[in-house]
Design a protein around this ligand. Structure first.
Ligand SMILES: [Fe+2]
Length: 180
């Protein structure tokens, strides 16, 4: 289940219903898939062959097509990151800058954990969404955010796009943002 941390107040929201309400108010789509559907050999696997990736996509095919159909996403793939990923420190550095996109950023976590840092409404400010296996998030187009990994630096996620060019990051210069 996702957890929220509001950066200005350090308030944490862990109750499922409250997490859902908070994200709905912030116009961030949040859903949950059943991660136990994944075959055991893929549940804690972060180095994936093309066959592994195809198997993950097949496992969640119904969920992917349902979400894509409702939201207009047309293409999807798998991203796997771990300390075995070449250039991981450089990649994370690139990720960790507040930016926007011209389409939603959609991630369905199938293994590991990650955090989205999102600029909320003015009364809330920046908040973290900590995501684990099964959590599905869509950060709306033009909403400033960035993504990073937890300390163990392991994640596998399905990414959905309208068109892959829509995922190009546009830096969002925000003097009010403070790394916490
Ligand atoms: Fe992004």
């Amino acid at each position: 289940m996702a957890e929220i941390r509001i950066r200005n107040t350090n308030e944490r929201i862990q109750n499922e219903q409250q997490v859902r309400e908070f994200l709905e108010n912030q116009e961030v789509l949040y859903e949950h898939w059943d991660p136990s559907k994944l075959p055991a050999h893929l549940q804690e696997q972060f180095i994936l062959s093309d066959e592994d990736k195809a198997e993950i996509l097949k496992t969640f095919d119904t969920e992917i097509r349902d979400l894509a159909g409702r939201r207009g996403y047309l293409t999807w793939d798998i991203i796997a990151l771990s300390e075995a990923t070449p250039n991981l420190p450089e990649l994370l550095k690139k990720f960790e800058q507040v930016h926007t996109h011209t389409e939603d950023e959609v991630r369905a976590i199938t293994a590991g954990r990650g955090i989205f840092i999102i600029k909320g409404t003015d009364d809330v400010g920046y908040f973290d969404v900590e995501l684990g296996a099964g959590d599905v998030i869509s950060v709306p187009e033009h909403k400033p955010h960035f993504f990073t990994l937890m300390d163990n630096k392991q994640i596998v996620a399905v990414r959905l796009f309208i068109e892959t060019e829509g995922w190009i990051a546009h830096p969002f210069a925000d003097p009010s943002f403070q790394k916490a």
